[in-house]
Design a binder for this molecule. Sequence first.
Ligand code: B1M
Length: 219
Amino acid sequence: MTPDEILKGLYDETMVGNKPAVLELTQTGIDSGLPPERMLFEALIPSLEEVGARFERGDWFVPEMLIAGKAMAGALDLLRPLLALTGVESVGTFLMGTVKGDVHDIGKNLVNIMLEGAGFTVIDLGVQVPPEKFVAAIEEHQPDIVGMSAFLTTTMPMFKANINAIEKAGLRDKVVIMVGGAPVTQEYADVCGADGYAADAATAVRRAKEFVTARRAAR
Ligand code: B1M
């Protein structure tokens, strides 16, 4: 298969949630030396974006989103070792979670993979993380950065609730707080009192590195 055929196949089969075909095509891509970033950014992510657009238009429904998401997650599992470097000295510790009420995790997991690839130690609290769990994990792991993802306009207010809980626990000055997720904007991040925002995984890594460098310099 040519690279273009693999990419087109990945786009089409992710869209219809054909996980076995997506896994096979991802493996074919890996075996033939197709860069994992191309599979991600030229096929898998655009495919999920189209799924989202169809859902928004009312053409597709939750089951279609679910199977497409599962197919994408399977591909990410195969790509993870190629995207994440190993044996690199830790740049810093990043505590990450999707906020309470929100089960979306593909974007969060992708940010995690890219952070690990850049040398961060990532502690992933998973999805539906309540404020008290963020607080307990900060106390336990003492991360440099706390990252929160929200993918629904209805769950974005949890950023503020989490930040309030972190403040109340006397931990706000000890961590940098970054937020992100599909509906989040820089303006929203500012309003809820976060230190940083990124629209995508690559920008999240760049911002995280900048924050850690600034923290080290300030000590
Ligand atoms: Co849902 N969903 N979903 N969904 N889903 C969206 C998010 C939606 C935009 C679809 C749409 O209408 N176009 C819409 C939200 C609308 C809104 O509120 N603005 C939506 C909805 C409405 C819902 C339900 C309410 C549907 C329903 O039940 N009626 C429901 C809610 C469930 C809940 O959480 N309580 C629901 C459910 C689901 C599934 C479970 C079926 C499934 C999730 C599977 C999973 O994640 N395990 C699902 C899916 C797959 C999607 C879409 C199609 C794809 C999401 C995705 O994985 N994108 C999505 C449509 C879309 O996004 N276009 C949609 C790919 C991923 C790589 O991108 O997630 O944006 P993204 O992550 C990016 C950036 O956001 C950023 O970096 C990532 C990588 O570049 N980023 C950060 C993420 N976290 C960051 C943190 C940072 C910095 C950057 O710093 C800490």
